[in-house]
Design a binder for this molecule. Structure first.
Ligand code: FES
Ligand code: FES
Length: 170
């Protein structure tokens, strides 16, 4: 058996659920999520860190899962597009905004945008249109022309602010 064949147990929290699998050292995080954990919401486009389709959040920070080995995130908390929902399982603010603003066409790029924007709004909850454009500058979309995605960022910020102002009935 060569070093490349050696297997490692990787355990992490994925969308709040403890998950683990035994994988080779060079298993990409994107393949780990899609093939080992069967979370196929994370899409793989370029496999070179360029398109952003594979973006997931690791401890809240967006990373390109096609550039990361699964073993390097052992013990981390990972959020994929499947985890960008509300606590009650309804669409999260960013997902709802994409629906409201027709922010997707084929949808291949969408998981990467949703995770990227989710993390961005944590940092900047009330972006200007220019900031919204900058926020998505690292993600590629071949269909939409980006206008509706920028609108989705602004709409997600509105929805998020509205939810923050909601009074929970006692
Ligand atoms: S598939 Fe990872 S950046 Fe394109
Ligand atoms: S909606 Fe098709 S690539 Fe973005």
């Amino acid at each position: 058996m060569t070093a490349a064949d050696e297997l490692f147990e990787v355990s992490l929290l994925v969308n709040g659920v403890p998950r683990s699998a035994t994988v080779p050292a060079r298993r990409l995080l994107s393949d780990f999520l899609r093939h080992d954990l069967e979370l196929t919401g994370t899409h793989v486009g370029c496999e070179h860190g360029v398109c952003g389709a594979c973006t997931v959040l690791v401890d809240g920070r967006p990373i390109r899962s096609c550039l990361q080995f699964a073993v390097t995130v052992d013990g981390a908390s990972v959020t994929t597009v499947e985890g960008c929902t509300r606590a009650d399982g309804e669409l999260g603010h960013v997902q709802q905004a994409f629906r409201d603003c027709h922010g997707l066409q084929c949808g291949f790029c969408t998981p990467g945008f949703v995770t990227t924007i989710t993390a961005y709004l944590e940092e900047n909850p009330a972006p200007t249109e220019e900031q919204a454009r900058e926020a998505i500058a690292g993600n590629l979309c071949r269909c939409t022309g980006y206008q509706n995605i920028v609108a989705s960022v602004l709409r997600a910020a509105e929805l998020r602010a509205g939810a923050a102002g909601e009074v929970t009935p006692s």
